[in-house]
Design a protein around this ligand. Sequence first.
Ligand code: MG
Length: 202
Amino acid sequence: MKILCVGRNYSEHAKELGNEVPENPVIFSKPDTALLKNGEDFFHPEFSNDIHHEVELVIKISKMGKKIQPKFARNYFTEIGLGIDFTARDMQSKLKEKGLPWELAKAFDGSAPIGDFINVEGIDLSNINFSLKKNDEIVQQGNTSHMIFTFEEIIGFVSQYFTLKVGDLIYTGTPAGVSKVNVGDKLEGFIEDKPMLKCNIK
Ligand code: MG
């Protein structure tokens, strides 16, 4: 399976990092070794002093497809979940300055905690609230109405380049409020009021 991620999909987050709002989705990927499942702990790596949490809704692909038109994209997933796109911001800033790929800052082991999934049947995909608490305080809140590219547009875009296979995950971008995590922090993610994800920083 593969993990595709969208960068800068919420304009308030793009602004907080001083990035322009993109014309096309910004896409990067992570290997399956980035996944942390079932509330596994995240062990803070030594190569960074500035790991940020980015809470994101995650599409789970349920049907193989390529060159999917956005109007048919809804047929290619039945569930969405919540994940974190951990980012070594200090390294990413250096890589961006040099125009280099982001993998080392984005795709390292444990950089993609994934929580529970919910069935999307009957859910209005354009109005889903999600949030992240750090040590019991809300730090990020998003609503899919603020996405620059919708789930359907993201699937349409990435499937022009990558065949999507059953089980592939697409992290769909983070809202504003990203911040540094420290050893001892406890992260908890929600879709609406439902707890979906837990990750402790060790
Ligand atoms: Mg992200």
